[in-house]
Write a protein that binds this ligand. Structure first.
Ligand code: ADP
Ligand code: MG
Length: 252
C-alpha cells in the first residue's frame, strides 16, 4: 500500500474463466485474483478443478473462454510458445510428484533453467543453487541423483529449482500429497518460510492446518466453481455455504 491507499497490485486475475475437457465443463466462470505477496490456499474435493485452474495459470492447459492476466501479460486461451516462455520465466510451479530430471544431479537440476532460460553464467547459477540448497536444508546433497533422495528431499529440491528462476509467483499443486507423513513437515516449513519472505504463492493443498496458519486467503472450489472464499478464520470458523461446511466436516 502507498500513502494514497492504492489497491494492492494484482499479479493474477482470471475473469469468467471456462475450461472444458471434451464435453466436461471443469472450470465454470472462475473469477480468481491474487495480489502481490499474497498466499492463497486452494482447497476442495478431488476432481473439483484445482489442478486444472493452477495449470491454466501457467499455460499448461488451454481454456475456452474468459481471460487470464498474469503479471500484466494477457495469457490467451491458446498461448504461443513465446507467450508461454514469458509467463513461465516468472511463474514457478511445484508438482505433487516433484518432476525432477532423473538423469541429472540435484545441482544440475537446479542450474539447468537459470543457465538455459535466464542465460546466467554457470558459476553464478551454481553459487545461487548452493545458496538455495542450503536454504532448503540440503546443501550436502548437491551431487546426488534424485533417486537417492527421500520424497521430502526431492520436493525441497523441486522448490529450490523453482526458486532458482527467481519467480515472481510460485504455484504449488499438492506438494505434500505424495509424501510419507513424517516428511511433510520439512516441506511445509520451507513453504512457510517463503510465505514469511512475502513470496506470492497459490497452494493447492489438503493440509488444512497449513492453509489455516499460513495462507492469507482460502478459496474453496467444488465441481469447477468457486463456492466460497475468505480469510482462513472466516472460511474455517464461519463457512457461509452448506457445501463448504460439509467439505470441512470431512477433512478437519
Ligand atoms: P482436482 O485437482 O481438484 O482433483 P482436476 O483439476 O485434476 O481436479 O480435475 C478436474 C476435472 O477434470 C476432473 O473431473 C478430471 O477428471 C478432469 N480432468 C483433469 N484432467 C483431465 C484431462 N487431461 N483430460 C480429461 N479430463 C481431465
Ligand atoms: Mg489435483
Amino acid at each position: 500500500m502507498n500513502g494514497l491507499g492504492a489497491a494492492p497490485e494484482i499479479l493474477i486475475e482470471t475473469r469468467n474463466l471456462n475450461k472444458y475437457f471434451g464435453d466436461r465443463h471443469v472450470l465454470k466462470n472462475i473469477d480468481f485474483r491474487v495480489a502481490k505477496q499474497e498466499v492463497v490456499a486452494l482447497i476442495g474435493p478431488s476432481g473439483s478443478g484445482k489442478s486444472t485452474l493452477l495449470r491454466c495459470l501457467n499455460g499448461l492447459e488451454t481454456y475456452q473462454s474468459g481471460s487470464i492476466v498474469i503479471l500484466g501479460h494477457r495469457l490467451p486461451p491458446v498461448a504461443t510458445p513465446q507467450q508461454l516462455k514469458v509467463i513461465r520465466r516468472d511463474v514457478g510451479m511445484v508438482f505433487q510428484n516433484f518432476n525432477l530430471f532423473p538423469h541429472m544431479t540435484v545441482l544440475q537440476n537446479i542450474i539447468e533453467a537459470p543457465i538455459l532460460v535466464r542465460k546466467l553464467p554457470k558459476r553464478l547459477a551454481t553459487d545461487m543453487a548452493e545458496h538455495l540448497l542450503a536454504k532448503v536444508g540440503l546443501a550436502e546433497k548437491r551431487h546426488v541423483y534424485p533417486n537417492q533422495l527421500s520424497g521430502g528431499q526431492k520436493q525441497r529440491v523441486a522448490i529450490a529449482r523453482a526458486l532458482a528462476m527467481q519467480p515472481q509467483i510460485l504455484l504449488f499443486d499438492e506438494p505434500t500429497s505424495a509424501l510419507d507423513p513424517e516428511l511433510v513437515g520439512d516441506v511445509l516449513a520451507v513453504m512457510r518460510q517463503l510465505a514469511e519472505e512475502a513470496m506470492t504463492m497459490v497452494v493447492v493443498t489438503h493440509e488444512m492446518q497449513f492453509a489455516r496458519e499460513v495462507s492469507c486467503r482460502v478459496v474453496f472450489l467444488a465441481e469447477g466453481q468457486i463456492i466460497e472464499e475468505g480469510s482462513p478464520h472466516e472460511l474455517f470458523r464461519h463457512p457461509q455455504q452448506e457445501r463448504t461446511r460439509l467439505f470441512l466436516e470431512r477433512v478437519l
